[in-house]
Design a protein. Structure first.
Lengths: 292, 262
């Protein structure tokens, strides 16, 4: 299967984007994430694992991209590359026109495990980025009230207004995941990287949080890369769904999702939606069949 | 809540009382001579009778213990943070620490006397060398237990290594730290009493040694009893601090505390 450049597909989804790149300033058209021919090898020389090989991907600014694939195909590895937590063995990772060679500061991350600090209240957890990210960090005393207001407003927008002074252990899994999402977004990052954030939740909570994430993305228009193995989730939320091969991971198919935004639960039960999911399912099925 | 708190106090108190009753009965039934094992009543009588002798020595022991313990807390925590936050330092220092801990500390006391003379300093240092190890090992384990994903979150925000230790590692290690304090304080008592027994002219260890040389066995046991009481009191204070300062830790039973002696 031939890979389709993600940027072109993304352009189709958001019609506002110009068809003539030369009319716009360069950083407007250049994708926010450009990953080019990247390989990544884990471990030592003797027992190394090739996690990604010849991996290329573009994600436009403001785009919601999803990456799906069989388990152990290097989906999470990709996020570590994009955030600068790991450096590629070969190839280049460019985010916001800069070659990534150290952890980026414009990203927010969330994982399957909420990874909150159990010794802090919800509000204090959400305030964490202000204590770490520059330039907020230097202004954390003078701007404390402003920061606090932002955190409170964000928590309120995901339905946690009453829980701000509670500790993570006093919250349900879904509520903890909401707090983790707020923490990843409170400093208004340009890029949100999320690794199966809803995988550990029950079905109803998961669907609720899909809409929470969709709502936040609609409001703030940050760029999202969502790694998931849930095809319904990928198709429902994303502008573009990329299918990864089995290890070593490589994008084998990109599909742009043309469903009108904002999307609602009923959109998941129309034949068009089912067809997209089914076709992606067969792509992954083929990959898995190839492995076993 | 109140009734369970009351039980937390009454149940151990009753157990201690039963122990003393059994001790008393055993002494009477088997007619054990006083110079072998005095009865608890006789011991307590000696405690009151010789209070003027016991208290100044106990005070000396308490002070040396607390100084040694404080050095342990500072040194043990610093070393624990270093070892726990760096795989490199962990590899380098672990064998050395284990080897150091395997050395019986009684054997070290003569060396300390050689270096610092007889008196308070060797006692303080013995209390320190005996009690820092559990603090170091536990703090290192706590820092190393920091959630990988939390570290990723922090690093992706641009946090430095030190930020990660400060924001995540140290708070994460606090339950382990407090758990280790309970062991460390009792070991610190062991350390100072050992040193006083070998080389000192005051302190409970010295008092016990001279009392047994003079065949004042009830006084020996009275000293033992009082040092046990001091140990339990210090333990209770650290346990109280633990529950107050790490109330967020809802699974205190989950973690293993590494106890060591010597």
């Amino acid at each position: 299967m031939k890979s389709i450049p993600a940027s072109r597909k993304g352009a189709n989804v958001t019609p506002l984007r110009s068809q003539h790149p030369e009319d716009l300033p360069r950083d407007e058209v250049r994708p926010l994430i450009e990953i080019d021919g990247v390989s990544l090898t884990y471990g030592s020389e003797h027992s190394s694992v090739l996690a990604l090989h010849d991996f290329s991907l573009k994600v436009a600014k403001g785009e919601f991209a999803a990456i799906v694939g069989p388990s152990g195909c290097g989906k999470s590895t990709f996020l570590k590359l994009a955030s600068g937590l790991r450096r590629p063995t070969a190839g280049t990772v460019t985010v916001a026109n800069q070659t990534v060679d150290k952890p980026l500061k414009i990203v927010g991350m969330a994982f399957q495990n909420a990874a909150l600090m159990p010794w802090r209240t919800c509000l204090e957890n959400v305030m964490l980025p202000f204590e770490v990210v520059q330039p907020h960090r230097d202004r954390r005393r003078t701007d404390y009230v402003l920061h606090r207001e932002k955190a409170v407003a964000l928590l309120a927008s995901v339905g946690l207004a009453d829980a701000i002074s509670r500790y993570p252990a006093q919250l349900s899994g879904g509520m903890q995941q909401r707090v983790a999402l707020c923490r990843s977004l409170v400093h208004e990052p340009e890029l949100l990287l999320v690794d199966e954030p809803f995988a550990a939740l029950d079905a109803f909570t998961r669907e609720e949080l899909w809409d929470v994430l969709q709502g936040l993305h609609d409001q703030r228009r940050f760029t999202v890369v969502l790694v998931t193995h849930d095809l319904t989730e990928a198709v429902y939320l994303a502008d573009t769904v990329h299918v990864l091969s089995a290890r070593p991971g490589r994008i084998i198919h990109s599909e742009s999702i043309a469903i009108q935004r904002p999307r609602a639960a009923r959109d998941r039960f129309v034949p068009e939606f089912a067809n997209v999911v089914l076709s992606l399912r067969s792509k992954i099925g083929a990959v898995r069949g190839h492995v076993s | 809540m109140t009734s369970s708190r009351l039980r937390n106090f009454t149940e151990p108190a009753l157990t201690a009382l039963l122990f003393f009753i059994a001790w008393e009965l055993a002494c009477r039934i088997f007619q054990i001579p006083e110079f072998v094992l005095p009865t608890p009543l006789r011991t307590i009588a000696a405690l009151f009778k010789d209070w003027n002798l016991i208290w100044p020595n106990a005070e000396q022991t308490l002070i040396t213990t607390l100084i040694g313990f404080c050095i342990s807390v500072v040194f043990g925590m610093a070393l624990g943070i270093l070892v726990g936050s760096s795989a490199f330092l962990n590899r380098c220092l672990s064998p050395l620490l284990v080897a150091f801990n395997s050395v019986p500390k009684v054997a070290v006391v003569p060396v300390l006397v050689l270096w610092f003379g007889i008196g308070t300093v060797p006692a303080v240092l013995t209390a320190f060398v005996l009690s820092f190890f559990p603090i170091t090992v536990n703090v290192a384990a706590g820092v190393a237990a920091t959630d990988r994903e939390l570290i990723d979150v922090l690093r992706s925000l641009g946090a430095s290594r030190w930020d990660v230790i400060l924001k995540a590692g140290i708070p994460r290690s606090l339950p382990y730290f407090f758990a280790s304090l309970k062991i460390a304080i009792t070991l610190a008592f062991v350390g100072s009493v050992i040193a006083e027994t070998v080389a000192s002219n005051n302190g409970i260890g010295y008092l016990m040694l001279s009392a047994s040389a003079a065949f004042k066995i009830p006084l020996v046991f009275a000293s033992l009893l009082f040092i046990g009481f001091l140990g339990v009191s210090m333990y209770a204070i650290t346990a109280f601090l633990e529950t107050r300062l790490t109330a967020w830790n809802t699974h205190p039973a989950d973690q293993t505390t590494f106890a060591v002696g010597g």
